[in-house]
Design a protein. Structure first.
Length: 288
């Protein structure tokens, strides 16, 4: 037993310490890796805060678990019937009772204060450099760039049969959302039919898209994600093809974004996206 523990414990601690590199998806992509522990790598200021806060909470939790476990072990060993045949009849200890009420309250307040700070940081909309409007549909996304010529396009899953080498299954789309790095992006979300949810773990963005109203949040992609694709998916059960409406963001430099905008304005000038095609593709997802 002891020998097993001797090999198992260092392996476990080693695995926990190396979560950093394990957080990264395949090169050029930001998504979960197989057998990944911990959160996805943070690609926005909000995500940075949440990952750091998660690490702080782990320290607090670990200390609490060690303390309670130690206390229980001490009680079981020191005060069992054999070692302590005549138990004490003490029932109240005012000081102890005040301490075990006040200390947990202080711990909770210590967690709540930074937690609310992060919540407000994620919720506030800073001065935006551009806006992306996201519309959920059964079962694909529509993206609109109101500040860049007001063009729109649909982003639809690529069916398994059409995947090219290296394209991840269930995450690849025909038209990626192209966004510039180091830019405050206002995200406006709504829906055409039912409630969807535009969720990207590495940006810490996860917001419902509601028919008939507009929800608002923001993001800012870090510089080092230039050239990478950031993946997410619809996270609100929205019907039979809920699992087949992925989100793929291509992060580009500001200059490349300007170039892409010019091309996209031409490419998506006429909204001749064929509804039949969408339905066919969406059905291809459902029948897999
Ligand atoms: Cu959906």
């Amino acid at each position: 037993m002891r020998n097993k523990l001797k090999t198992f414990l260092p392996a476990l601690i080693g695995a926990m310490l190396t979560f950093g590199p394990a957080m990264a998806g395949p090169a050029g992509e930001v998504r979960s890796a197989p057998w990944q522990m911990w959160l996805q790598e943070p690609a926005s200021p909000t995500a940075d805060r949440i990952v750091a806060f998660n690490a702080q909470l782990m320290v607090i939790e670990t200390l609490i678990v060690i303390f309670v476990l130690g206390l229980m072990a001490y009680i079981a060993i020191r005060f069992n019937a054999k070692r302590n045949p005549t138990p004490s009849k003490t029932t109240h200890n005012t000081l102890l009772e005040v301490v075990w009420t006040v200390v947990p309250i202080l711990i909770l307040v210590g967690i709540a204060v930074p937690s609310l700070k992060h919540l407000y940081f994620a919720d506030r909309i800073p001065e935006a450099d551009m806006t992306l409007k996201i519309t959920g549909n059964q079962w694909y996304w529509n993206y609109n760039y109101p500040d860049n010529g007001d063009f729109s396009f649909d982003s639809i899953i690529v069916a398994d049969a059409d995947l090219k080498e290296g394209q991840p299954r269930l995450l690849t789309v025909d038209n990626k959302v192209v966004l510039p790095v180091e830019t405050n992006i206002r995200l406006l979300m709504t829906s055409n039919d039912v409630i969807h949810n535009w969720a990207l773990p590495s940006l810490s963005v996860k917001l419902d898209t509601m028919p008939g109203r507009i929800n608002e949040t923001w993001t800012r992609i870090h510089e080092k994600y230039v050239g990478k694709t950031i993946y997410g998916m619809c996270s609100e059960l929205c019907g039979v093809n809920h699992g087949f409406m992925p989100i793929a963001i291509e992060a580009v430099s500001k200059e490349d974004f300007e170039k892409w905008v010019k091309e996209a304005q031409q490419k998506f000038a006429s909204d001749d996206t064929k509804t039949d095609d969408k339905v066919r593709l969406a059905d291809a997802g459902a029948t897999r």
